[in-house]
Design a protein around this ligand. Structure first.
Ligand SMILES: Cc1ncc(COP(=O)(O)O)c(C=O)c1O
Length: 418
């Protein structure tokens, strides 16, 4: 038994500004805004109020319970002490990296260059540290997953955003090119985070034409400096059309194979295996073998988190060796993808019944609804017990946590709050 001996606990009155804390670090909100909304929703529900909470970023069943994939839990229970307890190699278990990459690009026989990270968040952070100088900006499309801004700021970098095309459209090529070129000219290099397919928070995926346009622009811009395209792949298992996802991944592989732009991926087991809390993922460049890049990534791992957790890496390796488990897992993913699709369609139908435009969903956990003043609309909805996440571009609605039967109530309240 371990006992803490002689620890002196000094309590500091809450109203005193702790002078030890750097001035620049004193003005943050006490709670993450999304977690704060979620807590309020849960507290009101606990008091008996009928609440529709679409703020959660995890998949819930129709009883509001966290979905945990059975196949994954069975594998987890099989893990032996040696698959859990030891440190993993600094840059991650190479078999894990290859296994994870092969889930998305089954034709590859190795992971190329890469490292294991604590979730996709870790991979995003490492990409900033290795491909941008301090103060430079990573290019991403808006709306974006909120923590992009936090991850950039905490790593001394910034975001430069450009709007995603509206549903059914592609970008205006010359304008997108201008925006990318401007940033390239400012900093002599580009890093793009591209959360596609199954984008958070729009629930949409790029079209083949959209991807082709982006590739063409990037190809041309490589004449001005190095470009890294990092695919942020967090939700691929939850899609209306797995064939479409596969097609997109093959497009990315072909583009990577050209060797003009460095293409990599931020991978995560959080949603893919419902192992949110296991904190596992990877930053990989499957089409690149580069010793200095490999060494730099290992150095980042060592300096930032030492090494990523061993148990989820072992689980991914077990999964890769177990065809039956893979088939069961694929069935579970189809089941939950259909559930998300049913919810998204119910929402879309309910919006149309209120004479509003429907909302497309191709994959992922969310959809985005337009709102003239998102904060105000979200506040009005909140008064009615409906919780959404306001963003500059609209309202993030988590179909991952919203029952289909609640769609008509939601749609009416949304209409009346606009
Ligand atoms: C778009 C996107 N990227 C990356 C992540 C990373 O998640 P994690 O760090 O849990 O792997 C998330 C999680 O919500 C996400 O939504």
């Amino acid at each position: 038994m371990t006992r803490a001996v002689g620890i002196l606990v000094v309590s500091i009155p809450g109203n005193l500004m702790l002078s030890h804390l750097l001035p620049a670090r004193r003005e943050f909100p006490a709670d993450d805004p999304i977690f704060a909304l979620n807590s309020e929703a849960q507290a009101r529900a606990a008091k008996g109020e009928a609440v529709i909470n679409t703020t959660v970023g995890a998949l819930l069943d129709d009883h509001g319970q966290l979905v945990v994939l059975d196949t994954v839990m069975e594998l987890w229970r099989e893990l032996t002490p040696k698959e859990i307890a030891p440190y993993a190699p600094i840059a991650g278990d190479p078999v894990f990296l290859t296994s994870l990459v092969q889930r998305y690009w089954p034709d590859l026989d190795q992971f190329g260059t890469g490292c294991a990270t604590p979730g996709g968040s870790g991979a995003l952070a490492l990409s900033l540290l290795n491909f941008l100088e301090p103060g430079q900006a990573v290019f991403c499309f808006s709306p974006y997953w909120g923590p992009y801004a936090t991850i950039s700021a905490e790593n001394g970098r910034r975001l430069r955003t450009y709007p995603l095309p509206s549903p059914g459209h592609t970008w205006e090529a010359l304008d997108l090119q201008r925006a990318l070129k401007e940033l390239m000219q400012e900093q002599g290099r580009l890093l793009l985070w591209f959360n596609d397919p199954c984008h958070n928070p729009t629930g949409r995926s790029s079209s083949p034409a959209g991807r082709a346009m982006l590739f063409e622009i990037l190809r041309e811009l490589t004449q001005l400096g190095p470009i890294t395209l990092l695919l942020d792949l967090a939700y691929l298992e939850y899609t209306a059309d797995p064939g479409e996802v596969m097609h997109a991944l093959q497009d990315y592989a072909r583009f990577a194979g050209e060797g003009t732009v460095l293409v990599g991926a931020s991978l995560s087991v959080s949603k893919a295996l419902t192992l949110y809390g296991a904190r596992a993922g990877a930053l990989v460049f499957p089409w690149t073998h580069d010793a200095p890049l490999q060494a730099a990534l290992a150095m980042s791992c060592r300096g930032i988190f030492s090494n990523a957790p061993r148990a989820p890496q072992s689980l991914v390796v077990r999964l890769a060796r177990d065809g039956k488990a893979q088939a069961r897992l694929a069935d579970e993913h189809r089941h939950w993808s259909l559930k998300l699709q049913v919810r998204a369609h119910a929402l879309s139908d309910a919006l149309r019944s209120e004479k509003l435009p429907g909302v497309p969903w191709q994959g992922g956990f969310f959809v985005t609804l337009p709102a003239p003043d998102p904060e105000a609309v979200a506040a009005k909805l909140r008064e009615r017990g409906i919780f959404v996440v306001p963003m500059a571009e609209g309202l993030r609605v988590g179909v991952c946590g919203m029952k289909a039967v609640d769609a008509p109530i939601f749609a009416l309240a949304y209409k009346e709050s606009l």
